[in-house]
Design a protein around this ligand. Sequence first.
Ligand SMILES: *Cc1c(COP(=O)(O)O)cnc(C)c1O
Length: 395
Amino acid sequence: MTSQNPVFIPGPTNIPEVLRKAVDMPTIDHRSPVFGRILHPALEGVKKVLKTTQGQVFVFPSTGTGGWETAITNTLSPGDKVLATRNGMFSHRWIDMCQRHGLDVQVVTQEWGEGVPADRFEEILTADKGHQIKVVLATHNETATGVRSDIAAVRRALDAAGHPALLFVDGVSSIACYDFRMDEWGVDIAVTGSQKGFMLPPGLAIVGFSPKAMAAVETAKLPRTFFDIRDMAKGYANNGYPYTPPVGLLNGLNVACGMLLDEGLENVFARHHRIAEGVRRAVGAWGLQLCAKRPELYSDSVSAIRVPEGFDANKIVSHALNAYGVAFGTGLGDVAGKVFRIGHLGSLTDVMALSGIATAEMVMADLGLPVKLGSGVAAAQDHYRQSATAMKAAA
Ligand SMILES: *Cc1c(COP(=O)(O)O)cnc(C)c1O
């Protein structure tokens, strides 16, 4: 294994040198105003990335999973009804967490490779005349299947039904990768982590709460201590945390937001789309198919690639690691062994993507799959050359 190669797992993502340096800090007094000068700009930066002016941002020493727990324990009470879709491993795990907290989850089961069914949600919400459903959960980017769901459509479903339920969105592998609009889509809680679009090491749960979600905190009865946002808010007001903050990671978060906003969020999204499209062209040239069913579901963060029937996709992942020191993602849950995943989110360039595509080709050829060396690389090169020209012409 070499640490020179980029990783192509869908998180943790490659860490730019400037962010590795930013998280490597000497100890400071975390109860001094010096800490406030790191904390508050980081929180403001996250608000811009989430596209919210009305929401409040909280950052916990945790991961995306802790962000889910923050969302549900701060706003719900035992027995509360939740509406969710299971269409992949991450949506499944969020549902599981709700059930373990004693919530009553109405699950709409979707085939893996499908998205959140906004039309079905609208029917269910319309039928819920007594407004028993307190929260709708939606996973924006299902990382297990490479599926992007339409969050604006879920908001329209709530509005069409005239339903007051809160909308919680798992944006762990979409935020800072492709378009996310907390205020415009009426997202009540947005959840992400440090190690995907923010390009940092794992260790932070990042959540945005709308004013409506903040109001729900006062009546929610699920127990919470570590993740109580009221304690966190009090801490922030005094330039501190209710406990010891992960200072280096927060410094990194501040610098990461600066990088994203300097590049321009729309340019970050366009870069992800371009790189993802190159990977998709390569998949097509290999004669393989994505797990995602239709182009409008294709994720710009990760591609889950179906292997021929009877072939074990995990062999691709282990051979890539053993022979070439390159990490791809395995298939999870229902699609274990059926897909391998190329993560193309975070700090990535065309050149890095080409190296991953070239490696995947070598691996598949080594394992006897009918993939012609250079075919996927050429398809991606064509796309990168053409879109580079288009970008120059537009400039
Ligand atoms: C990675 C991921 C998570 C889990 O985040 P952790 O940081 O591993 O806890 C949740 N949801 C999605 C969509 C993810 O991609």
